[in-house]
Every structure is written in structure tokens, then in C-alpha cells.
Write a protein that binds this ligand. Sequence first.
Ligand SMILES: N=c1c2ncn([C@@H]3O[C@H](COP(=O)(O)OP(=O)(O)OP(=O)(O)O)[C@@H](O)[C@H]3O)c2ncn1[C@@H]1O[C@H](COP(=O)(O)O)[C@@H](O)[C@H]1O
Length: 117
Amino acid sequence: MAGGSNAGASDSHVLDRLAATVAARRGADPSTSYTAKLLAAGPAKAAQKLGEEAVETVIEAVRGDPAKLAAESADLLYHLTVLWAAAGVEPATVWAELERREGTSGLAEKAARKTQG
Ligand SMILES: N=c1c2ncn([C@@H]3O[C@H](COP(=O)(O)OP(=O)(O)OP(=O)(O)O)[C@@H](O)[C@H]3O)c2ncn1[C@@H]1O[C@H](COP(=O)(O)O)[C@@H](O)[C@H]1O
């Protein structure tokens, strides 16, 4: 976050820029854009690629190499933004959901779910 402890060139706004680039690739030439190729293939293909990248991320996490885990995480986030674009999810909707959850402990949320049946 700009202004936060990790402020600098590499902050979370890169996700918004990435999502905007991905959205702009809709309808572009698949021979010049990997994103356009994935979007043309539809949400199921984007979901499949996300699953593959998730597995590769898990593998690097288990291997214990932080640099490779970071690289796989970037692949995972890229493919997640492609899936959102393919499935009609605006990044702002996800950011809003994360903001809504801010300050609510996962343990408290889980306990509330149990009492709701
Ligand atoms: N961040 C990324 C990014 N991360 C990973 N990838 C690509 O994702 C692909 C997935 O890796 P794989 O090993 O699964 O590739 P593969 O086996 O060739 O894939 P498939 O043939 O199975 O689909 C690779 O081709 C990577 O280059 C990305 N491609 C694009 N971006 C961003 O998207 C922007 C637009 O890219 P284009 O749409 O290609 O212009 C770029 O400027 C970047 O900012």
C-alpha cells in the first residue's frame, strides 16, 4: 500500500494495473497476447490455468524456497485476474469484500457461522 510500511514501486496497486491491462486485452489478437488467448478460451480454461498455478505455488511452498514461491505467487495472481475478467468479476468487488472483512477475526467469523447452523 502506498504510504504503508511496504511503500515503494512494488505495492499492491500493481494488482489494479495488472487487472486493467488484462481487461484491456479482451478482444485483442491472441497471436500477440497470451491474455487475449486465455480470455478467448473462456472462464473454464482460465479456471484450469489458475488451478495449475495454485498447485505449482503449493509445491514451491513445500519445497521452502521463498524466491520461487514469490514467483509462483505472481503467476497465480496474474491467472486469478484473468479468471476474474473471464468470469465478469470486477477487482473492486473483491477489494470491497476484503475491506468488509477487515477487523473481523477468522475465528470469530467461523464461530458465528456455527451458531447460525
Ligand atoms: N503477469 C503476467 C504473467 N504471468 C505469467 N504469464 C504467462 O502465463 C503463462 C503460463 O505459464 P505456463 O508455464 O502454464 O505456460 P504454457 O504452458 O505456455 O501455457 P498454456 O499453453 O498451457 O496456456 C506463461 O506464458 C507466462 O508468460 C503472464 N502473462 C502476462 N502477464 C501480464 O499481463 C500483461 C499482458 O500480457 P499479454 O496479454 O501476453 O500481452 C503483461 O504485460 C504482464 O503484465
